[in-house]
Design a protein around this ligand. Structure first.
Ligand code: HEC
Ligand code: HEC
Length: 352
């Protein structure tokens, strides 16, 4: 979004100025960091799909609309839900034919081979999925649609259905006023991708600490942050995104070939994209197979030879859980979607 990149540009300039000032005046208190402070990147949309409010709103509705699935019950939000850190709380996701509200109560015959990743900050990924098989957010959307486990619907058939719904006709026309027929598969992908580019998490206590608010992180979280650097975690989970576009060996035993299935390079066997640790508090269970139930379990496994004591694991967990949490830009769940189908239920609507 233009406004957003302008704001990010200003923030970047402010940060650079702050760094310069800090350099000139050694007395000025810069927050203690184990690494050089790097500015949070700005979201870049591809030139052929600039982000506009119209596309984002259309994408939000499509994301929540089960018209995209063959059983008319599964929407993207089923596996990337708000209360599950834009994931689903399950070791492996349950797609079409499943029953029960989205999240840990859901059961069904169709489980995905991998754990659902969070889509927080997906805007910054050069490649998508644990094995990197999609090269853009636009392209990525085709995978769950066509996947026989996840949504199982021919995208052309979805477009045909959408053309029959007046509210969607109006929304697509508003997003692409120049198009003679805007409801085509490519535009559907573009709208959802534009929506996903707004799912940015960049205002966590860590970010406020970096910006000079020393009180934003507790002493325990700061200790965890230094351990995170000392133990080598930050070499792969690189701040400020705490992820990287690299494929690295998993730390757990798994038969999943990972990146090898895409490149055919034997060196890529068992390698996975380094996932983000932003909002990781909410995205359990962890790893590509969802085998680690708690964050502590995942951190202990990730020690990768650098022995970690229980207290060190606890401090790192505090840093990740509290320091990297920001869901201020969480998307609003629409109560109704233009198809008239029911937005999948999740914990928000379950009486407790
Ligand atoms: C049935 C569950 C399910 C549904 C429905 C689903 N996804 Fe996913 N999603 C997954 C799983 C599982 C993965 C991880 C697959 C892998 O890495 O191989 C994933 C991965 C992703 C990623 C990649 C994130 C990353 O960090 O690389 C994006 C983006 C995404 N999904 C968006 C969507 C969108 C948009 C929709 C709707 C069109 C959707 N998903 C529908 C389960 C689902
Ligand atoms: C050599 C690169 C590398 C290093 C070093 C590394 N990680 Fe990871 N980390 C990864 C990869 C790759 C994955 C995904 C593995 C998988 O899904 O099987 C991962 C996954 C994780 C996860 C699970 C995230 C999720 O959403 O499933 C956590 C938590 C984590 N790492 C924390 C750490 C901590 C803490 C350290 C330091 C003690 C660390 N990592 C060091 C590459 C690395």
């Amino acid at each position: 979004m233009h406004a957003r990149s302008a704001a990010a540009g200003l923030a970047l300039r402010a940060l650079l100025t702050a760094l310069l000032l800090a350099g000139c005046a050694p007395d000025a208190e810069a927050p203690r960091l184990p690494w050089a402070a790097a500015p949070f990147p700005a979201v870049e949309a591809p030139p052929e799909n600039p982000t506009t409010p119209e596309k984002v709103e259309l994408g939000r509705l499509l994301f929540h609309d089960p018209i995209l699935s063959s059983d008319r019950q599964v929407a993207c939000v089923t596996c990337h839900g708000q209360i599950w850190g834009l994931s689903d709380g399950l070791p492996r996701s349950i797609g079409i034919g499943g029953v029960g509200p989205a999240g840990t109560g859901r059961t069904g015959p169709n489980a995905t081979p991998r754990n659902a990743q969070t889509i927080w900050n997906a805007a910054f990924r050069a490649t998508l999925f644990a094995d990197g098989r999609a090269a853009s957010l636009e392209e990525q959307v085709l995978f769950p649609l066509a996947d026989p486990i996840e949504m199982g619907r021919d995208p052309e058939a979805i477009a045909a259905d959408l053309r029959e719904i007046p509210a969607y006709r109006a929304l697509f026309a508003a997003a692409w006023p120049e198009d003679e027929e805007p409801i085509v598969v490519q535009r559907l992908l573009e709208a959802i991708a534009a929506f996903e580019r707004t799912l940015v998490s960049d205002d966590a206590p860590y970010d406020r600490y970096v910006a000079g608010d020393e009180g934003a992180l507790s002493a325990e979280a700061v200790r965890g942050m230094f351990l995170f650097a000392e133990k080598g975690c930050a070499e792969c989970h690189v701040p400020p995104l705490f992820e990287s576009d690299r494929y690295e060996p998993t730390a757990i035993a798994s038969a999943d070939e990972g990146r090898f299935a895409i490149t055919g390079d034997p060196a890529d066997r068992g390698r996975f994209r380094v996932p983000t640790l932003r909002n990781v508090r909410e995205t359990a269970p962890y790893f590509h197979d969802g085998s680690a139930r708690t964050l502590e379990e995942a951190i202990a496994a990730e020690a990768r030879g650098a022995a970690l004591g229980e207290e060190e694991v606890a401090a790192i967990a505090t840093f990740l859980r509290k320091g990297l949490m920001d869901k201020s830009r969480e998307p609003k769940r629409p109560l109704e979607v233009p198809s008239g189908l029911r937005v999948p239920l999740d914990g928000y609507q379950i009486p407790r």
